[in-house]
Design a protein around this ligand. Structure first.
Ligand code: SF4
Length: 350
């Protein structure tokens, strides 16, 4: 368990993830992908899970409805309105997947059936999941398309996926997610295959739908621009753990973990045309996870590492209300390093 009481970060939330651990059995032995993750989600809230590939953000989000391959062992609790999804019967799990938690994935074109018209895919979903009759489902499909900014005219209802742009297909996927009137939408890199202007439109659409339907969202991304653009709170993941969590404004203006600061420095800033070089985080995630033992997992890559980091695993500790970070340093050293653009070596605690 982490060193912070999850209840102290958030009140009684609709979704509570407790000490989530996911291990994959592989031919080379067990691989721990998620290691003691805790987070909460309120109704109508948008939480971003951010980190590099392999940080555990997608595996965590798929665990919410046990959408993992058979070689995955999942421990902990995923409490939806107090009921543990990880222990739910198959029929209760089907109900959660059909009507309560919906996913929008990265590649909308391959997520849609290429051989069927967009409208008929939506109509079938409404008939199967909502038990609607044909006419009712067709009318509702038109309504859903108009909610996501696609005129519910016949030409769009009758279009095949390959006849629509990537942005339009992603709108269709969001309409399909909305069809089940879910309480939670998980958007996994939902905008990363789209160009910047379409990405902004999709983020705006997700926010508008949240406001309209009070749908909570878990947004999985590697992009701090997406986090800043949409999320109320952000959880930064590294090596299967949450290493910093808090309100987006607080974390982005005052990151207290060197990894968060390093990710921010390595992200291109479209408003700063003068910047020609980006900060590179040295090493790889895989290298730093090997033989982590009791040390800080980030220590082999951390420019601010000092003696204590090599012998003591830093627990996630509350820094101020709702903001927690897992680092032996306090925020001032990290802020000084961030202000220098990663140039200076800060003085370490004795
Ligand atoms: Fe870096 Fe040490 Fe903090 Fe880990 S505990 S992030 S190695 S300064």
């Amino acid at each position: 368990m982490t060193g912070v009481d999850p209840e102290s970060l958030h009140g009684q939330a609709m979704l509570r993830v407790r000490d989530l651990r996911v291990t994959f059995r592989t031919v080379s032995g067990p691989v721990r992908a998620v290691n003691g993750v805790n987070f909460e989600l309120d109704r109508g809230e948008i939480l971003a899970l951010v980190g590099e590939s392999g940080s555990g953000k997608t595996v965590s989000s798929l665990s919410l409805t046990r959408l993992l391959p058979r070689n995955a062992e999942v421990e902990g609790e995923v409490l939806l309105d107090g009921r543990d999804i990880l222990k739910a019967s198959n029929s209760a799990l089907r109900e959660v997947r059909r009507n309560r938690v919906a996913y929008v994935f990265q590649d909308p074109i391959s997520s849609l059936n290429p051989a069927r018209r967009v409208g008929s895919q939506l109509v079938e979903l409404l008939r199967v999941n909502r038990g609607m009759r044909s006419n009712e489902a067709r009318n509702r499909a038109r309504e859903l398309l108009s909610h996501v900014g696609i005129p519910g005219e016949s030409r769009y209802m009758r279009a095949y996926p390959h006849e629509l742009s990537g942005g339009m297909c992603q709108r269709v996927m969001i309409a399909m997610a909305l069809a089940t009137e879910p309480e939670i939408i998980v958007a996994d890199e939902a905008t990363s295959a789209l160009d910047v202007s379409i990405q902004a439109q999709i983020l705006e659409l997700l926010q508008r739908l949240r406001d309209q339907f009070d749908t909570a969202m878990v947004v999985v991304t590697h992009d701090f621009g997406v986090v800043a653009g949409i999320a109320d709170r952000v959880a930064v993941m590294y090596g299967g753990e949450i290493i910093e969590i808090g309100a987006t404004e607080v974390v982005l203006s005052n990151p207290e973990h060197p990894y968060t600061a390093a990710l921010m420095m390595s992200a291109p800033d479209s408003s700063d045309e003068a910047t020609t070089e980006l900060f590179m985080i040295p090493g790889t995630l895989e290298e730093s996870r090997e033989h982590a033992g009791s040390r800080c997992q980030f220590s082999p890559r951390c420019p601010l590492a000092f003696d204590r980091c090599w012998s003591e695993w830093p627990k996630l500790k509350d820094r101020q209300s709702g903001h927690a970070a897992a680092c032996h340093l306090d925020g001032e050293e990290v802020a000084a390093w961030l202000d220098s653009g990663g140039e200076i070596t800060v003085s370490r605690p004795a």
